[in-house]
Design a protein around this ligand. Structure first.
Ligand code: UDX
Ligand code: UDX
Length: 467
């Protein structure tokens, strides 16, 4: 018997939970979708009348929330009630890298997932399907199952089954990725539960794109997919450095190798190093798990992907200092882009953080412009309050957020492009050059600028991967 899902609860109204539930509510109007979160401020933002104030910026998300909220999509802090009403509970809470104790800096911190499993165990009524949406270490489902089956034995009238349904959406394209996924992965043991979840996705995803596996394969596929994607970025970034040293152009190399159908063109764009909440965390977690299963060589292999990435970020900061006559102390530098990629307000693990911190350490004055990132977020990430007029004691680094590209260019010795926002692709370099102090540099860590236009404006240009 296939289980008919009428009520869904999603714990965690973040970058994953919010957009995923919005699309499910949109595609399944007869299912009541309740998104709950402990963070009252975040929930208030999801309920904001002005849809431009949603806590997650994703193209297309506001329209979906606009038509579903109040119909079959709600956001609240009433976690217990939502669990009690649900036939299916998604766990979409964060699983950051552990900061202390065993596995610090590598293992995932599972305290919130465990806490949620316990809460579900206490509050659920009848049969409840628990879906792991958060990226989790392999075999976490066993932990969740153990907690739930203890509750099942105690209460007697509640039953559970656990599924793994990892999210592959990328930020900035979350809605498209959810509406037209390459594949949906459902891992589990109970065929009825698998079919219940599959039937939800099948409302808009062709059945052949919904893959079913066992729980462990599903959990491991998520970590592996992110590791392989990150590995491609580190591979091309390593080649970029080599191109710069030899006179090759990494974009030409990427085109040449990506045209091989066995390799493919995706994820070969050289840049300042990958960021985002997942890649580093998942690789470190994968490496940690490999080590704990007695595979130190495998762990070292994957760790090198992260080490190359960190090196690339420091390398770019060092290179900027080098080109600016080996000192940036008291020099103004404009930073174009702070988000970890375009079309998102997310700065988690953004390359901009490490690069800006390095430049601040060298005593630079940064004028940072990002169309979506708030100055408050920048201050948290940089670990330093803004200095509105950049007036600080001699030799110390400082920064301020500015509201336009023009303001970022004012009186600077260099512009450093770190996020590939569309508006940075079509800059009027003649106009911008007027505002800069000569000799002036453009450092394009995303290789998106028009090199000829930069040169015609009398500016020096460094582009990632171009010798
Ligand atoms: C998170 C994980 O980081 C990722 O690994 C996973 O694949 C999906 O979930 P994301 O949605 O980006 O990704 O995280 P975040 O934006 O931090 O949202 C998590 C939300 O869960 C937060 O709003 C937090 O307040 C909430 N939460 C956390 C709870 O409601 N209860 C808890 O016990 C813990
Ligand atoms: C990633 C995975 O793509 C997604 O499937 C998973 O669910 C979560 O993690 P996300 O972190 O949102 O998604 O963004 P992604 O587009 O993968 O980019 C990650 C980082 O790699 C960004 O900093 C991006 O700028 C960088 N990147 C990506 C490159 O530098 N070059 C590329 O060619 C591609």
């Amino acid at each position: 018997m296939s289980r008919d899902i009428r009520n869904i609860c999603c714990i965690g109204a973040g970058y994953v939970g919010g957009p995923t539930m919005a699309v499910i509510a949109d595609r399944c109007p007869e299912i009541e979708v309740r998104v709950v979160d402990l963070n009252a401020a975040r929930i208030a933002a999801w309920n904001a009348a002005d849809l431009s104030g949603l806590p997650v910026y994703e193209p297309g998300l506001d329209a979906i929330v606009g038509r579903c909220r109040g119909r079959n999509l709600s956001f609240s802090t009433a976690v217990d009630e939502a669990i009690a009403a649900a036939d299916m509970v998604f766990l979409s809470v964060n699983t950051p890298t552990k900061q202390r104790g065993v596995g610090a800096g590598q293992a995932s911190d599972l305290r919130w997932v465990e806490a949620c499993a316990r809460q579900v165990a206490t509050m659920a009524r009848g049969h409840t399907i628990v879906v792991e949406k958060s990226t989790l270490p392999v075999r976490t489902a066993a932990t969740i199952q153990a907690i739930l089956s203890a509750a099942q034995q105690e209460a007697g009238n509640t039953t559970f089954s656990v599924l793994s349904n990892p999210e592959f959406l990328a930020e900035g394209t979350a809605i498209r990725d959810l509406e037209e996924p390459d594949r949906v992965l459902v891992g589990g043991e109970d065929p009825d539960s698998i079919e219940a979840l599959t039937a939800i996705y099948a409302r808009w995803v062709p059945r052949e794109r919904i893959l079913t596996t066992n729980l462990w394969s599903s959990e491991l596929s998520k970590l592996s997919a992110n590791a392989v994607l990150a590995q491609r970025v580190s591979s091309i970034n390593s080649i970029a450095a080599f191109c710069e040293a030899t006179g090759a152009d990494v974009q030409e190399v990427a085109l040449a190798i990506g045209s091989d159908s066995r390799i493919g063109p995706g994820f070969l764009q050289a840049g300042p190093g990958f960021g985002g909440s997942c890649f580093q965390k998942d690789i470190l977690n994968l490496a940690y798990l490999c080590e704990s299963f007695g595979l130190p060589e495998v762990a070292a292999y994957w760790r090198a992907v992260v080490e190359l990435n960190t090196w690339q970020q420091h390398r770019i900061a060092r290179l900027v200092v080098g080109k600016l006559f080996n000192t940036v102390t008291a020099k103004r530098i404009g930073i174009l882009g702070f988000a970890f990629k375009a079309d998102t307000n997310d700065t988690r693990q953004s390359a901009a953080i490490r690069i800006c911190r390095d430049l601040l350490e060298e005593g630079a004055h940064l004028q940072i412009f990002d169309p979506k990132v708030s100055p408050e977020q920048m201050a948290v990430d940089l670990g330093l309050a803004a200095s509105p007029d950049l007036a600080v004691p001699d030799g110390q680094g400082s920064w301020q957020a500015v509201h336009s590209l023009e303001a970022a260019a004012e009186q600077v010795d260099a512009l450093l492009l770190l996020t590939e926002w569309r508006q940075f692709r079509a800059i009027d370099w003649q106009a911008v050059a007027q505002r800069m102090r000569r000799p002036a540099w453009v450092f394009d860590a995303r290789a998106v600028t028009d090199g000829a236009a930069v040169a015609a404006a009398g500016l020096h240009l460094w582009r990632v991967g171009k010798g």
